[in-house]
Design a protein around this ligand. Structure first.
Ligand code: SF4
Length: 693
């Protein structure tokens, strides 16, 4: 490896901040500023800055592990790979291909996500593949496809945000989840624009807002309907735009008119004057945006909730116009690309539908297989995990840690334990890997080249900066070796660029068309926005802004989707009178499998906590730091109290990064959105108890 700085990107969140990596004499790598990447202009949060610590961590796996006599013991690569191949073969022979499950991750590179989908369908012949991105952005994806005919997190670059007039940020605490992005909103305000934050907590992001709306968790849909009602009542609908560029307005209008502001105030707890102020701030400027994140999306009505916020944009003529529109702030590092290339239960590469005969023919031709041999759509992520040990006997898991991150986690942990066979690829012994029969130690971001697609739809080249340690192999090598052992000797290259070349062909003509994007272009142009169907950069520079001329529907018009308020799957009652909502803290990432191994991050965020209002704390007799128990219908979690007036008195908050006694996902509700199959992570009914010492 070279000793000069290698420009690359952070391994964590969907911002995919640019950074330089320089090898240092002890064999590690140092992060230095990379100012040429426009998303972060050199700024990094603590997670990105300390990411190299995971590369050289003392708990890094460097040998395959195979369970023997109940214990995981070191094994050779051949022993481990042979064992996985034998078990998958045995499962297929005894129970059929769908008894083999595959579970991927939104952090896998495009090349790995693509290969994993192909591996499941071509090598195993199973329909049972999905990934943890289902838990992250699937409601926004479903809402975007319904309204615009296409889902790309942001249909415009982040750089447009400071130039718009108003942003409504719904359910995103980006000051903690992706801190470098906060500058776009600071610049928005410096330019005279306004920021409205919708969140039941007064977060660091809400502290920046000109107006902070604090709805009860699970009522964002009603809130959006109330705002649309006022927009109609105050004559603020852009009638010309609605007539020219949309369809379905009358039904959406009628649904909104049934949601009187006073009724919405009763549901959400947001006072009518604040609703009116939000409408004024949103409608007065020439341009405005609505950005959603997990708050409104991780609900059993997440798709409808996203639809309601999109309706707001459409009614006011604020989609498909410069500096205006609806966007979703995707969470995971490759949350966008991870959903485009075939590891989703219902999709093929190029964001094609698995049940579309033309899509099957196209992809089957690229893969050199009979289209009829490709299985159909399988179970969604939670349903797949819930079927473990029952219909699904063996599981191959890559880039995910569902023992911590799945809803109703104690139940899912039991399901995982009931498997006949579990193989996990990971860099450390995560809580899920610790339950495996075989664990394969794999390379990480700085040790391998690959592409990711950030929350803007900007495809990026993550470059290898250092040589991997002895004993580890890449996920691509794992799939190559397993395919070979399972009788498919060709079609699973180990070179990422070779995989990307095939991915380009598979995506050609699809919604997410990468066919004009090459490694050379990514290196020279610092990323390219999809769709990009032409390799010549002069002929096609990529598409930073979507929908300016037409939406991606058959007739080019966006669709209003009529939606109405409905209750969450669990509302408070006598037994469970409080609402729980969950989220992240700045120093930890997702299930914490990597960040909990970094001393500096652990010092900043050592464990879970229960955030609660002083009135609730007083009722419990709990003081700051006292252990409190949060109990839902699914289990009990205990963590220290953190008392603040910055949360609604009817709500408690827990971060979800930790396993064990304080595991927030022990409590969360797997009630699924009927369209996206997204579980309702963001709200459930609980009771809170003081813990007697
Ligand atoms: Fe990495 Fe996200 Fe932090 Fe940027 S904001 S450094 S991409 S974790």
């Amino acid at each position: 490896m070279q000793n000069t700085a290698t420009p690359t990107h952070c391994p964590y969140c969907a911002l995919q901040c640019g950074m330089n990596l320089t090898p240092v004499p002890d064999g590690g790598v140092e992060v230095t500023e990379r100012a040429d990447f426009p998303v972060n202009r050199g700024a990094l949060c603590g997670k990105g800055r300390t990411a190299p610590a995971v590369l050289s961590s003392s708990v890094r796996l460097t040998s395959p592990l195979v369970r023997s006599g109940g214990t995981l013991v070191p094994a050779t690569w051949d022993e481990a790979l042979d064992r996985i191949a034998e078990e998958l073969q045995r499962t297929r022979a005894e129970h059929g291909p769908d008894a083999c499950g595959v579970f991927g991750g939104g952090g896998l590179t495009n090349e790995k996500a693509y290969t994993l989908g192909k591996f499941a369908r071509v090598v195993l012949g199973t329909s049972q593949i999905d990934y943890n991105g289902r838990f992250c952005m699937s409601s926004a994806a479903a809402g975007g496809i319904k309204a615009f005919g296409l889902d790309r997190g942001l249909p415009f670059p982040l750089e447009d945000i400071p130039k718009t007039g108003c942003v409504i940020l719904v359910g995103s605490n980006l000051a903690e989840t992706m801190p470098p992005s906060l500058r776009f909103f600071t610049e928005l305000k410096e330019n005279g624009g306004t920021l409205i934050v919708v969140d039941p907590r007064r977060t660091k992001t809400a502290d920046q807002a000109d107006l902070h709306l604090m709805p009860r968790p699970g009522t964002d849909l009603a809130l959006a309907l109330g705002l649309l009602h006022l927009i109609v009542a105050e004559g603020r609908v852009d009638e010309a735009y609605v007539a020219e560029r949309t369809a379905g307005w009358e039904d959406a209008r009628a649904a909104a008119m049934a949601h009187w502001p006073e009724y919405v105030e009763r549901i959400t707890g947001v006072p009518v004057p604040q609703l009116r102020e939000a409408v004024r701030m949103f409608c007065e400027p020439e341009a405005a945006m609505v950005l959603t994140a997990r708050g409104p999306e991780q609900q059993s009505k997440g798709t409808d909730t996203v639809g309601a916020w999109i309706n707001l944009c459409l009614a006011t003529g604020r989609a498909g116009k410069p500096l205006s529109g609806y966007g979703c702030l995707t969470g995971q590092g490759n949350g966008q690309g991870g959903r485009e290339h075939g590891q989703k239960a219902d999709q093929l590469p190029g964001y094609r539908k698995l049940d579309d005969p033309a899509a099957r023919r196209h992809v089957a031709e690229v893969w050199g297989v009979d289209p009829d041999s490709l299985p159909g759509p399988g179970r969604s992520a939670y349903e797949l995990l819930d079927a473990l040990g029952q219909d699904i006997k063996s599981l191959l898991l890559m880039g995910s840690n569902p023992v911590v991150s799945a809803p109703r986690a104690a139940h899912i942990e039991e399901r995982i334990k009931s498997l006949d066979f579990l193989a996990v690829c990971d860099v450390v012994l995560s809580e899920t890997a610790a339950l495996a029969d075989v664990v394969l130690p794999v390379t990480q971001w700085a040790e391998e080249t690959g592409t990711t697609t950030n929350l803007e739809g900007r495809v990026l080249l993550r470059r290898q900066a250092i040589t991997p340690p002895d004993g580890v192999r890449s996920d691509l090598e794992v799939m190559h070796e397993l395919a070979d052992r399972l009788g498919v000797e060709k079609g699973f290259p180990t070179d990422p660029e070779e995989v990307f070349e095939e991915l380009r062909r598979a995506s050609a003509g699809g919604v997410a068309d990468y066919s004009g994007i090459t490694y050379r272009r990514l290196a020279e142009e610092n990323g390219v926005f999809w769709p990009c169907p032409t390799q010549d950069s002069d002929a096609h520079p990529g598409t930073p802004r979507l929908f300016l001329d037409r939406f991606a529907t058959d007739d080019g018009r966006a669709r209003f989707v009529p939606v109405s308020h409905r209750a969450s799957a669990e509302e408070p009652d006598e037994e469970y009178p409080v609402l729980l909502t969950t989220g992240r803290v700045v120093a930890q990432y997702q299930s914490g499998a990597q960040t909990r191994r970094v001393d500096e991050l652990n010092a900043a965020a050592p464990g879970p906590f229960v955030e609660l209002h002083p009135r609730l704390a007083a009722r419990l007799g709990a003081a700051e730091g006292d252990p409190v128990a949060v109990v839902s219908r699914r289990g009990r979690a205990v963590a220290p109290a953190r008392i603040t007036t910055g949360i609604r008195p009817d709500t408690v908050f827990m971060p979800f990064h930790w396993p064990g006694e304080g595991r927030a996902n022990t409590l969360t509700n797997p009630a699924l959105d009927p369209t996206s199959r997204m579980p309702e992570f963001k709200t459930c009914a609980v009771r809170v108890e003081a813990v007697k010492s």
